[in-house]
Structures are given as structure tokens and as C-alpha cells.
Design a protein around this ligand. Sequence first.
Ligand SMILES: NC(=O)c1ccc[n+]([C@@H]2O[C@H](COP(=O)([O-])OP(=O)(O)OC[C@H]3O[C@@H](n4cnc5c(N)ncnc54)[C@H](OP(=O)(O)O)[C@@H]3O)[C@@H](O)[C@H]2O)c1
Length: 290
Amino acid sequence: MHPPGARPASFSTPAGAPFNSGPRYPIMRPMGFDLGGRRALVTGASAGIGAEIARELAARGADLTLAARRADRLEALAASLRSEHGVSAEVIPADLAAPGGAAALIDRCGETPAVDVLVNNAGIGMHGDGVGHPWEDERGMIQLNVLSVAELTKHFAAQMRARGTGRILQVASTASFLPCPGYAAYGATKAFVLHHAEALDEELRDCDVRVLALCPGSTNTAFFEISGNVRGRAQVATSLDPVDVARAGVDAIERSRRVTVPGLANKLTTAGLRVIPRRLQATLARRVLE
Ligand SMILES: NC(=O)c1ccc[n+]([C@@H]2O[C@H](COP(=O)([O-])OP(=O)(O)OC[C@H]3O[C@@H](n4cnc5c(N)ncnc54)[C@H](OP(=O)(O)O)[C@@H]3O)[C@@H](O)[C@H]2O)c1
């Protein structure tokens, strides 16, 4: 269907393997991705957006591997996915804020059945005094939001590329688009997630592996309580239901959309940021987020 073409000779990994090896798509990669019968690994599936993404994937016929720390919640979700949608669903307890947590999850996933869809959703925020947060807490957040995401992505993207197809959905944030006083380190982790996804997606342009970013704004989950933040009026007014955010994310997988910002207010905000000087962005963000 898509004949292999010539590979550029100049780019290679340290190991010597061309990073864009695999079949080439000279004009456009295939856009559609049928989820029926695929195996999807969803991190942070025990609550909030991740649980809704798992439900939406199952409703569209995907088999699920669910990961997070709270195994009891994962087991309850897996049981309901099996009975409501007739898909297979397995649970792997994982602490992705712990060093070695992502490697342990990779080991548990094994090679077969292959992971066709990876959703890197697990994440937490830390609100308040960026200098004063205990380092061990902040390090854990960075491990969870950045290092585990990068490690899982590298591993499963390599497997997908070897098989010639796959989708990775990174749950970034509207915080990815600007400096976030009040959420300084959290915002920076989400900037990493968005830039990393966009760059990898471009690197992989010659094969049918896509790295897609979902950038929710304020969403009605436990995120703010866990972050130690009380939302302001503007955030509450524009908050979305996690079901709608999840649907936008799974649509993005099926349609291979590189960056998705759910909700009109969030779309307008992120589009408007393009014309606002960065220094002013930080000042405005401080008013909303602090
Ligand atoms: N809610 C928002 O307004 C908002 C906006 C933009 C982006 N996001 C992003 O959306 C993603 C999901 O957040 P949410 O809003 O759905 O929050 P949530 O309801 O608190 O869910 C967070 C999920 O991450 C998992 N998690 C937390 N720490 C973990 C750890 N150490 N190891 C493994 N899993 C862990 C939690 O499971 P366990 O506690 O069971 O481990 C839970 O399943 C996050 O990446 C967040 O940054 C949220």
C-alpha cells in the first residue's frame, strides 16, 4: 500500500539505527486509526481523565491495560469494561513517580500482546510557592510527569516503529503553552510533554506511528485538590467534564490529530497567546493561577 522509499543517510541514533527507518509515506501518513481489537495501555486510569479515556477506548473496541497506584479502583474499572463492552482488560499496579516505576511497568507489559496505543495520562500538579515546595515532592512530580512519560514513550514508540504502526497520546495541558506562576514546575513539565510529542511526531513522519498531544484546560477531577489549589472563578466557569476531554482525546487518536485543545474557551486562550509577549503571558497567568 505504501511502498518503502529511499531513507535520508545523514541522521542516525548513537546505536547507528536510522531514527526514521521503516516504510516511508512520501505525501501523507494514513490519517485514520481503527481502535477495534487494538491493545491500549492507559496510565493514571484509576480516576479522572484517564478512567474516562479507558472507558472511551473500550467503547470503541480496544482491549485495555490499566496502570496506576490504586489497584482496587483499576480492578473495578476493568471489570466494568469487560462486562459493558466485551473487551479484555488487565490491571498493572504501578507507581510512576518512583525511580524505576516506568521500567517495572514496561517489564510487566511484556512483548505480547503488543501495545498498539499508549496513553501517557498519569500526572499531578503542585500549586503554590515554587521555591518552597519540598524537593522530594517536586522530584516525584517531575519523575511522573516527565521522566516516566519519556521512558514509556521511547520504549513503546520503538516497538510501534518496528511493527510499522501505533499511536501515543500524551496528556499535556493548556499550561504547556505559557509560563505558569503558581504552577511553575508543573507548567514546565507540561511544556516538555507538548514539545516532546510534537517533535517526535515530526521525526516519525515517515511511518504510521503518531505521537499526539491532548491539552486540556481546567477539568472537573481531583487534580486541583491534589495540587493544593482552589480554582478561581474563571477556571470554574470554563471547566470541562472529563468525559468530554476523554472523547476529544480518543477522537484525536482515531483521526491522528497532532495537538488537541478541548473546549472553545481553551482554544481561544491558546490561540490568543500567540500574539501576547511572553513576559505579559506570565503576568496574566499569575492573576489567574495564583
Ligand atoms: N484536571 C485538570 O484540570 C487538568 C488540566 C490539564 C491537564 N491535566 C492532566 O490530566 C492528567 C490526568 O489528571 P486528572 O485531572 O484526571 O487528575 P486525577 O483525577 O487526579 O487523576 C490522576 C491520575 O494519575 C494517577 N497517578 C497519580 N500519581 C501517580 C503515580 N505516582 N503513579 C501512577 N499513577 C499516578 C492517579 O492514580 P493513582 O492515584 O491511583 O496512582 C490518577 O489515576 C494529568 O496528567 C494532568 O496533568 C489535568
